[in-house]
Design a protein around this ligand. Structure first.
Ligand code: GTP
Ligand code: ZN
Length: 358
């Protein structure tokens, strides 16, 4: 259905405002029923102001609640009653696993059972999509909402899951070491999210399977040459193979840290230094193993005119997601490079727990 053209924000634009507000530490109004703020960016002053409005509830994902041994009554999220007079340090310690091992006992935690968890779930999803720790503080609103705050209806949850439309913004020739005939295309989503890139090597035929790679951003591996993962060598090897074949398409998707963002990835690395593996670290932070939206890759391929690929990957989930989103994968081309003593355990965990082919 077409919405009438207006100057006001669309639901997608409102969502993006809410994300920016949470990143700044501002509360947002959910469903005209409560105020929600991200624990990570909450200030002591705002906590005090929220406490004057009514009883506070801390919302965590079920993953985080599991580590904290808090009861989960709401499926994928848990609402925890915040005792009156609670300080910010307590909320932060529940949201952030950094000190879990040093201070394991944070309870007893009392999980809330009654009422609907829909807005609580929306708050945590918003914090995730703002690449903050997935933890929110909620307070019911009895009177009018404070002036100037962004308001989201309950239907925002659907918009949050909706697939963003990608628009081509600009493209130009970029000769590369791996391939002189390179062209970089920039795509921008309509929901204010991250831009993504496509690197076209040569002029691949649109009616045949193209050699393709869906690469997820990895600042540490791609730019710093980190040995903790295999991303840098995979990026090089994919471009080199495309250069040799004279044709290919590499999508550089800005989904750092399997979609949790670089700050959270560094939190995960810090947990890995404490002995947890890559999957356990994500779970302790409150995330799923993989928070990437794989629809983006398929959408960009379609935009560029491709419907069949020979996919460079060791990850069968990527093949399945492309197929599910209308791109035929005629061949999976393994991409095994960059094994080091620093990443051997990481790659073994991905094989054992995430279905990667070693
Ligand atoms: N959360 C988290 N992300 C990581 C970690 N190590 C690497 N990453 C991210 O994992 C992603 C790796 O993506 P890819 O190499 O495209 O995908 P893949 O699922 O490994 O599959 P392949 O196609 O076989 O390489 C990047 O976004 C990295 O930033 C980690 O320990 N924790
Ligand atoms: Zn990496």
């Amino acid at each position: 259905m077409m919405t009438p053209l207006s100057l006001g924000p669309s639901p997608a634009e409102r969502l993006n405002r809410a994300r920016a507000d949470l990143r700044m530490g501002l509360p947002v109004v959910l469903g005209d029923a409560c105020l929600a703020v991200a624990v990570e960016t909450l200030s002591p002053e705002r906590l005090a102001a929220m406490a004057t409005l009514g009883p506070l509830a801390l919302v965590l994902t079920a993953r985080r609640a599991e580590t904290l041994k808090a009861r989960v009554y709401d499926g994928d999220v848990a609402r925890i009653a915040v005792p009156p007079g609670t300080d910010l340090a307590w909320l932060r310690a529940l949201a952030d696993p950094a000190d879990d091992l040093r201070m394991p006992m944070k309870g007893p935690l009392q999980s809330i059972r009654d009422g609907d968890a829909g807005l609580a779930r929306l708050a945590v999803k918003l914090a995730k999509s703002a690449q903050l720790l997935p933890a929110a503080l909620l307070v019911p609103l009895s009177g009018a909402a404070p002036e100037g705050l962004t308001t989201l209806g309950a239907e925002a949850a659907e918009h949050l899951e909706a697939e963003a439309l990608m628009a081509p913004v600009a493209a130009a020739r970029v000769p590369m070491r791996a391939a002189e005939k390179g062209r970089l295309h920039i795509f921008r989503p309509d929901d204010g999210g991250e831009e993504h890139y496509a690197i076209e090597i040569g002029t691949p035929a649109r009616d045949k399977p193209v050699l393709a790679r869906l690469h997820s951003a990895c600042f540490t591996g791609d730019v710093l040459g980190s040995l903790k993962c295999d991303c840098g060598p995979q990026l090089d090897a994919a471009l080199t193979q495309m250069g040799h074949e004279g044709a290919g398409i590499l999508l550089y998707l800005n989904q750092e840290g399997r979609g949790i963002g670089l700050a959270n990835k560094m939190r995960a690395y810090s947990l890995q230094d404490q002995g947890f593996d890559t999957v356990e670290a994500n779970h302790r932070l409150g995330f799923e193993d993989d928070e990437r939206d794989f629809r983006i890759g398929a959408a960009l391929l379609r935009k560029l005119g491709f419907s069949q690929v020979r996919l460079l990957t060791n990850n069968p989930a990527k093949v399945a997601m492309l197929e599910a989103n209308g791109i035929a994968v005629t061949e999976r081309v393994p991409l095994k490079v960059g094994l080091s003593r620093h990443n051997a355990a990481y790659l073994a965990t991905k094989a054992a727990k995430s279905g990667h082919i070693l």
